[in-house]
Design a protein around this ligand. Structure first.
Ligand SMILES: NC(=O)c1ccc[n+]([C@@H]2O[C@H](COP(=O)([O-])OP(=O)(O)OC[C@H]3O[C@@H](n4cnc5c(N)ncnc54)[C@H](OP(=O)(O)O)[C@@H]3O)[C@@H](O)[C@H]2O)c1
Length: 245
């Protein structure tokens, strides 16, 4: 394939939580665009190995690194491995996330803290650790937020609040780390990864575009920010088929 067909050739990308589901789609989309891709996983080692093989098949350099975004030591080890192998980093996608349904009045301190540890502090820790590399490369960060960070979902209060905080963190990073690093955020709506559930049909009918989202829709938005003018920074792009309107 020509360089134009693979416009991210030579770019080095880290995507957290990318063994399966949306993260895997992001990883494959970056590899299809020619980028070298390091995925991280926490528990899904088998799926990570499969995704790693699928990345290699696309003719790019690839790594699968165990990483718990709640642990600074673990994050530092993963980013060090990327530096060792690839001598730098161009793009970070903070995709790893936690999701939980709970009545607001029942959310415990432990549940609240666990949600923020993964969804808000995690992306901060990974970005902070990668900051010198991204600064040197005039790189980019794309954080995966959520429609739930824009609109309140009554039975996901701790999740929604953690994602709203991530949206603000994205804007703060964009301002703090300009002009070297552009930082944007993609906020998916209802994304269905092949699961079958009557609730999904209900959401599809409520969505102006009359379907739920696919991982590929999210990947297209992330690839947009990976290739957009560096001048575009601090933006939040909902990928929700109009569900949030
Ligand atoms: N699916 C949706 O409809 C939807 C809607 C809005 C926003 N989003 C956001 O889009 C992103 C991807 O969604 P998804 O549904 O594909 O997510 P997911 O399957 O719930 O989680 C993605 C990955 O995050 C990793 N992870 C969780 N806790 C971690 C930790 N402490 N350290 C490192 N990795 C951790 C897990 O890795 P292991 O499996 O390896 O443990 C998991 O595979 C998430 O940020 C999510 O909040 C999704």
């Amino acid at each position: 394939m020509s360089h134009t067909a693979r416009p991210l050739t030579g770019k080095r990308v880290v995507i957290t939580g990318a063994a399966k589901r949306i993260g895997r789609s992001l990883a494959l989309a970056f590899a299809d665009a020619g980028a070298d891709v390091a995925i991280t996983y926490r528990g899904s080692q088998q799926e990570a190995e499969q995704t790693l093989a699928d990345l290699h098949q696309r003719g790019v350099r690839a790594l699968a690194l165990n990483c718990d975004v709640r642990s600074e030591v673990s994050v530092q080890a993963a980013i060090s491995k990327v530096t060792e192998d690839w001598d730098g980093l161009d793009i970070l996608v903070n995709n790893a996330g936690a999701f939980e349904t709970a009545a607001l009045e029942d959310v415990t301190v432990e549940q609240w803290d666990a949600m923020f540890e993964t969804n808000t502090r995690g992306p901060f820790l990974v970005a902070k650790t990668a900051y010198p590399l991204l600064k040197a490369a005039h790189g980019r960060i794309v954080n995966i937020g959520s429609l739930g960070g824009l609109h309140p979902w009554a039975t996901h209060g701790h999740y929604c609040t953690s994602k709203a905080a991530l949206h603000m963190l994205s804007q703060t990073m964009a301002k703090a780390w300009a002009p070297e690093i552009s930082v944007n955020c993609v906020a998916p709506g209802m994304i269905v990864n092949g699961e079958v559930d009557p609730a999904y049909e209900h959401f599809a009918q409520k969505t102006p575009m009359r379907r739920n989202g696919r991982a590929e829709d999210v990947a297209a938005a992330v690839i947009f920010f990976a290739m957009a003018p560096h001048f575009i920074t601090g933006q939040l792009l909902a990928v929700d088929g109009g569900l949030g309107l």
